[in-house]
Write a new protein. Structure first.
Length: 122
């Protein structure tokens, strides 16, 4: 809100608390992104630099399961009619890029934390 006594003179609505769907998506994206970073940033370079593929053998399947979990959560939080196909594609493609889900934080917060329309249950 507008507060003359503060240095922040912007008109902002109070932030709504993150919805359970948003928290679930965020948790899944962090797990998926973290395992991808470990795989691409640690295991693969170790495999090529030291010839040791054991870590790739462990992190590869772990990341695969994390990616499937991310897609499962994505399917659960995206309601039909509220998401354009381009937004769905953006969410899936971003998961394949290290730190790519950070680009979707604003989109998911806007979509999942918006107050429900009148007569609509969440």
């Amino acid at each position: 809100m507008f507060n003359i006594a503060s240095d922040d003179h912007t008109m902002r609505a109070p932030a709504s608390p993150p919805s359970p769907d948003y928290r679930r998506w965020r948790r899944a994206s962090l797990v998926e992104g973290g395992t991808l970073l470990l795989l691409v940033g640690v295991a693969v370079p170790l495999k090529h630099a030291a010839g040791d593929a054991r870590l790739v053998g462990v992190l590869g399947p772990v990341h695969g399961l994390a990616f499937v979990y991310y897609l499962w959560v994505l399917a659960g939080v995206m309601r039909p009619g509220e998401w354009r196909w381009t937004e769905v594609l953006r969410a899936v493609v971003a998961a394949a890029i290290p730190l790519g889900n950070l680009a979707n934080v604003h989109l998911f917060r806007r979509k999942l934390c918006a107050p429900p329309r009148p007569g609509e249950a969440r």
